[in-house]
Design a binder for this molecule. Structure first.
Ligand code: PLP
Length: 427
């Protein structure tokens, strides 16, 4: 038994499933996880001394790669002054200013500690602002694990959401309506039926939690129009796309502006950080200015802010990085597409910018129903093959592959070479 496996077995005695977030258990690929000891640039090392080219990048935050010297230095310097005061620090104001300068629709922003908290709070602000209760979310979009968002996919005629997790009361999900991703008609139906009750439509502008699913042309624009027509708040959950597709996220990339934006992952550079922001008149509803209560003992923590601020500064100063990253990633995923096609395996490669996924299905994947046609056993064989050959891909068919600015041409070529061997040998 390797050291990772030993630690995992020990962990299982004290932590549910041995992990602090379920996907890390590697259950869906029928395997056990390597325990990571350290990371540098695009490489991870596990407790057994194996190294991996990292395509998870902490699920997105490490867009500059691991252990970036400027981020590291900023964190160490902040830590020297103390870890937390529960009082305001200057870096919080600098951070807010920086976010407002980068994200087109954001005029004011509040820091929180996770993406979950960001979306939960944005929805509360939207409800407080509109004085309405219902929200619309899309099947297969993930917005963190707050009660009201753990809702199973419904059918078009359903007017109330059904809990997707034990422990979530039906009374909480009753106000969450669902629609399939990319199906504007169903949103229109909801709006026609009960537009006056709908506080917000929340959407991942590029879905990244059912694998990568792109919005069809007109989908985001259509949501914008519907929200305008019914005075509902449009919330873009940019926890993955924010600062990734462009300095200003998906809203800059697609030129569609939401009313509220939720952020996480890249904004903390690997520290536990989230944020929500948007139109001034909505954000002014939040306490202490307004009646919508939201707080956090460690929100805006100076060490976390130091990490995120350093990373965002670098990204803002170098808009050309995005062109480079997106071009490199395009070429990479196009090559993956060729490899899968030549192997005769039925696969769909969805990608945009530095996000992509390989669906093991013959169906074009534009919603959750299509994503679920994927052969997860075939995916599991592929993922186990890649990981055992030193390529750390997400251990689930329904997660994205993330590229970073630290991935070198040699590392990407090596990955393609292994993928070619794997796909042609059938893993
Ligand atoms: C990861 C994620 C969240 C939840 O963020 P946590 O920091 O894990 O709570 C919310 N929305 C989207 C789109 C995400 O990808």
């Amino acid at each position: 038994m390797g050291k990772s496996q030993e630690i995992f077995r020990e962990g299982e005695k004290y932590i549910p499933g041995g992990v602090n977030s379920p996907v890390r258990a590697f259950q869906s690929i029928g395997s056990t996880p390597p325990f990571i000891k350290k990371g540098d640039k695009a490489v991870l090392w596990d407790e057994d001394g194996n190294s991996y080219i990292d395509f998870v990048c902490s699920w997105g935050p490490m867009i500059l790669g691991h252990n970036h010297p400027k981020v590291y230095e900023s964190v160490v310097n902040a830590a020297k002054n103390g870890l937390s005061f529960g009082a305001s620090t200057e870096v919080e104001v600098e951070m807010a200013k920086l976010i407002v300068s980068m994200v087109p629709s954001v005029e004011m922003v509040r820091m929180v500690n996770s993406g979950t908290e960001a979306v939960m709070s944005a929805i509360r602000a939207a409800r407080g602002y509109t004085k309405r209760d219902k929200i619309i979310k899309f099947d297969g979009c993930y917005h963190g694990h707050s009660d009201g968002l753990l809702v199973a996919a419904g059918s078009g005629v359903m007017t109330a959401g059904v809990p997707d997790s034990a422990g979530v009361p039906g009374s909480v999900t009753r106000d969450t309506l669902t629609a399939p991703y990319n199906h504007l008609e169903e949103v229109k139906d909801h709006m026609k039926r009960r537009g006056e009750e709908i506080a917000a439509v929340v959407v991942e502008p590029v879905a990244g939690n059912m694998g990568v699913v792109l919005p069809k042309p007109g989908f985001l624009e259509g949501l914008r129009k519907l929200c305008d027509a019914y005075d509902a708040v449009l919330i873009f959950d940019e926890v993955i796309t924010g600062f990734r597709l462009a300095p200003g996220g998906a809203q800059e990339y697609f030129h569609v502006l939401p009313d509220l934006t939720t952020m996480g992952k890249i904004i903390g550079a690997g520290m536990p950080v989230g944020a929500y922001g948007g139109k001034r008149e909505i954000m002014e509803m939040v306490a202490p200015l307004g009646p919508v209560y939201q707080a956090g003992t460690l929100s805006g923590n100076p060490v976390a802010m130091a990490a995120g601020f350093a990373q965002l500064c670098i990204l803002k100063e170098h808009p050309e990085y995005y062109q480079k990253l997106n071009e490199t990633s395009d070429a990479f995923f196009q090559e993956i597409e060729k490899i899968t096609a030549q192997s005769g395996k039925v696969c769909q490669v969805n990608h945009i910018g530095s996000l992509g996924s390989i669906f093991f299905t013959g169906e074009e994947v534009f919603d959750y129903a299509r994503a679920k046609t994927a052969d997860t056993q075939a995916f599991a064989r592929y993922a186990r093959y890649m990981i055992s050959h030193g390529i750390y891909v997400a251990p689930s068919q329904f997660e994205a592959m993330f590229l970073s600015l630290a991935h070198t041409k040699e590392q990407l070529d090596r990955t393609l070479c292994l993928a070619r061997e794997g796909f042609s040998s059938g893993f």
